[in-house]
Design a protein around this ligand. Sequence first.
Ligand SMILES: [Zn+2]
Length: 393
Amino acid sequence: MAYGEWVDEKRVVEVLRDLVQIPSVNPDFTGGNGEREISDYIKQFFDRLHIPYIVQLVEKNRENVIGILEGASEKHLLLEAHMDTVQVKGMTIDPFDGKIADGRLFGRGSCDTKSSLAAMLSAVESIKKKEAIPPVSVHLAAVVDEETTYKGVSFLADDIFHGKLRYDTAIIGEPTNLDIIVAHKGVIRFCVEIQGQAAHTSSPEKGVNAIENMALVIQHLKKLIVHKRGQLNHPLAGGPTLSITMIEGGVAPNTVPDSCKITIDRRTIPGEDAQEVWEEIKYSLKTIENDNPCLKLIVYEPFVIDYSMESSPGDPFVTGLLKSVAKYKPNSRITGAPYCSDASKLTRVGVPAVVFGPGNINQAHTKDEWVDLQQVFDSTKILIDTIMEFKVD
Ligand SMILES: [Zn+2]
């Protein structure tokens, strides 16, 4: 039986449009209003369906909402999607009207990741309206703060770590174009500063040029990553990368600069330990200082460490999900991604997780963000199938 036929496509559009029309820009971005209004909408959504839910107060005015659809077994499936979006500055469309044209729905979050959230809500609604009891209990977690510091999923992961919640497997909703992501990279972000000595540029030898010395550090870091890439590669997530993303230094055109600071983004791959990678970089930077005694280097502790993740592509849940997906999109793949997601916080507490959802990552965060509605319908059908055909042994 094709459970996916239970989908009500009109209703999917309605839910997605509702979600897009509620602004939920992460408060860490300028003008961000937060997730309060959208979490209220989700509570009302569950209330109307008589679906019980847990509220996790992550911080003031920021709540995760976890709806519970009881199943016939002890197995628990987690469906998780974030409610926050990135900023709307620079958008060329109305970010919050949810306009529909040519089979696409437009607006901030339409792709990343309100389409996933709408598919999950609609799948649960369809099952509840049929009064069907799925073989697995489903927890639908709408969480805060994915776009900056992962506070929502971290709160959830903490409850899992302490045994308050338990899941056998998880689907994290993000725009994967209906591919199944089983591995993705992590990231370490940190700053390095060089202190020099100011002097008039008519006699530069009287100073120590921090910017010119930083060039040595940059070259050193780039050599280091080229070497690493020669040693390491993940078949699905690719190789590690390092990018210098910001630089500041200098005070005037005719002054030898006495300081220069760079920001570094180092992507780690599954199998690399973030702490070890960091220690190795720190140690290696010390060696340039030893080789160049005039060079004063300050290496700051990372301001972001996010972990890579990997689930088994041969896991029966993953192959089962692929089978459901193939009914609607035959060329879908089990693959990896270079970006980070909430999934790594769950795999770290022992929940096998995959990232899956409608929409293309190329449309996420863009000035005219949109999602292909057919993919949202397909995604809803796939979720209904996956829940109703969940193998309990
Ligand atoms: Zn996202």
